[in-house]
Design a binder for this molecule. Structure first.
Ligand code: CO
Length: 135
């Protein structure tokens, strides 16, 4: 059902410090930076092998990541799995009784299609399904 891990999402309260760590210390090339108003974040993607680290900095306190930071502090936010047909995957998950946050995909960064699965259904791990945009 899931092809591979696409990225791990990390909530940060200091984006510049996080970039220094991941790019300058850990040596991951910074490949993309985008403000996603709809999700209330500024997101930064860094390459590691075939996968990515996604740094998430909230645009305000009253956003999902802002609330996450207030509650839990900076750290691991979600794990994202890549699929080739997100609609089919969401239908399969739903059929299996897995609770979805997004019944239909939304547009994520780099024009990917994304949907989140409720952590209630995945052992408290916020899980994202992503269908990368074909270049
Ligand atoms: Co993500």
């Amino acid at each position: 059902m899931l092809d591979r891990i696409d990225h791990t999402g990390v909530a940060v309260d200091d984006l510049d410090a996080a970039i220094k760590l991941y790019r300058d210390v850990l040596g991951m090339p910074l490949v993309h930076r985008e403000v996603v108003e709809e999700q209330g974040v500024e997101a930064v993607l860094l390459d590691v092998g075939d996968g990515h680290v996604e740094l998430l900095s909230p645009l305000g306190d009253d956003t999902p990541v802002g609330k996450f930071l207030a509650k839990k502090g900076p750290g691991l936010h979600h794990v994202a799995y890549a699929v080739s047909d997100i609609e089919a995957t969401l239908a399969e998950l739903s059929e299996a009784g897995v609770q979805l946050i997004d019944e239909t995909p939304r547009i994520g960064i780099r024009q990917s299609k994304v949907a989140f699965v409720h952590p209630r259904s995945t052992g408290a791990v916020l899980t994202e399904i992503v269908q990368p945009h074909e270049h």
